[in-house]
Each structure stands twice: as C-alpha cells, then as structure tokens.
Design a binder for this molecule. Structure first.
Ligand code: DGL
Length: 254
C-alpha cells in the first residue's frame, strides 16, 4: 500500500457506537481527515454469527479503501473480535486498529471486589474475549447485553425503559462490591450516565482513549500522520440513510 499522510482515516462500527471513538479521535488528532461509516442497516452485529460479521466488515473495508484510506479503525469490539485477525491477514500492509473490552485496566483497579464487564453476546462468546479473560478475568463477571446497543441507536440515552433494562441486568450483583465497570461495546459509552447512576463513584472504563493512542502510534511509525498544516475534516456515511446520519451528527455534537 502506498498511502499518503494526507489521506483519510476510515473508522467504522455497526452503527452510532463508533461515533464515541471518532469523537476521541478528533479530540486527539484534530488535523486528520476522518471518514466514518456506520452500518446501521445491518446492526446489531453483536447477535450475528462471526461469519456474517466478517463478511460485512470485508465489504466496509473495501469501500473505505476505495476512498483512499491510509488506516482503518474498527470502532467496534464485536467486529474486532470477529474480523480483525482475518482483515489483518488479508490487508497485510494496511494499519488496522481494533478494540477489546478494557479488562486489563479494570484488573489494575480491582482489589477485593468484582468487575462487571458489559459487552455484546458476540464479543463475550468470542475467542478473543476468552483469551483476554484467561489473562485478566479474575473477579470479573461477564454480562452479555443483547438489546442494550439499541438504546444508543435510538438515541434513548436516559429514561425508565433504559433504567429497567439496567436494573434487571445488575440485579444479580446488588449485594456485591463492584469496583469497576467495563464498557466493552462502543455504543455503551453513550449510556455512561445511566449506567453510572447504578454505581456512583465507580470507574466506568472504555477503550476509546487507548485505541486512539494506538492509532497515533501506528501512523507515526509509518510517517503517516497528517501534515502540521492540514485542516481536519469529518465525513459521516451510513447504510441507514439520512436519519442515521442525523443521529450520528447529534451524538458527535456537530
Ligand atoms: N458497537 C459494537 C461494539 O463495540 C457492537 C454493537 C452491535 O452491533 O451489537 O461491540
């Protein structure tokens, strides 16, 4: 691949969750040109088979490469788990940055209590998570959350329906000392306030900052960071049409 430093960076997710990663990327890398794709039409990924998610990811990466992207960020834990290894083998010279639930940083916080790890059923059932769990899973309760990403997709970031979902999800742990909550799906970052209300003062950990730092490291090593005089730019694309784009803009606060 003969990428140029002024080429765009492609970021994708099954929907709006990746906007939380894009936000952090714009904050840390204001001079870059980002093309974000949300696959709203095919969301959720978290309840699909690994093969289906891999095929969807292949199509998206091809599309982003057609647009000249110099790097790809898989702003989705589920898609990373299903597809990152395959995509890296298929596009050997392309920097592909993925995400994983932040069990490692959570394990540094945990003392004598427990960590709740929230992710999609696909992420928690995946090999990548099993590997992570073997290393950092002590004291971790893994909670698959089917239906939770949909709240962020609908823009329902607060309210009784969401609280009821969360109350049921957390009920089995009400008598335990929860010392950290891992937000292992990029959609859940938008639900932070609602989740935090159940665990006042407890750290909620997502992987967004570290993912962007990793993107910077990879691009820097390849001399592909945008030139100092570049003007940053964000393009939003979606398989879900204008309403999905409007929802992304609202979450990005554009
Ligand atoms: N945002 C995605 C993640 O980080 C998954 C949501 C979904 O499509 O199920 O896992």
């Amino acid at each position: 691949m003969n990428a140029h430093s002024s080429a765009p960076i492609g970021i994708f997710d099954s929907g709006v969750g990746g906007i939380s990663v894009l936000k952090e990327a714009v904050r840390q890398m204001p001079r870059e040109h980002f093309i974000f794709f949300g696959d709203t039409k095919n969301a959720p990924y978290g309840t699909k088979s690994k093969e289906d998610v891999l095929n969807l990811c292949r199509g998206i990466v091809e599309m982003l490469l057609q647009k000249g992207c110099k790097a790809i960020v898989i702003a989705c834990n589920t898609a990373t788990s299903a597809a990152a290894a395959f995509l890296r083998a298929e596009y050997a010279s392309l920097p592909i940055i993925g995400m994983e639930p932040a069990l490692k940083p959570a394990s540094l916080i945990r003392q004598d209590g427990i960590v709740l790890s929230l992710a999609t059923p696909g992420t928690i059932a995946g090999e990548k998570y099993a590997h992570l769990y073997a290393l950092y899973g002590e004291g971790v309760a893994s909670l698959p959350c089917p239906g939770l990403m949909e709240f962020a997709e609908r823009g329902e970031l607060a309210g009784e329906r969401l609280n009821r979902y969360l109350r049921e999800l957390f009920a089995p742990y009400s008598d335990q000392k929860v010392e950290a909550v891992v937000l292992g799906c990029t959609h859940y970052v938008f639900l932070k306030d609602a989740i935090q209300a159940f665990f006042p003062g407890v750290p909620l950990i997502d992987g967004n900052e570290g993912t962007v730092r990793q993107l910077i490291r990879r691009l820097d090593a390849l001399n592909l960071l945008a030139p100092p005089d570049a003007a940053g730019k964000v393009e939003l694309l979606s398989s879900g049409g204008p309403e999905a784009i409007a929802q992304m803009k609202a979450l990005l606060e554009l």
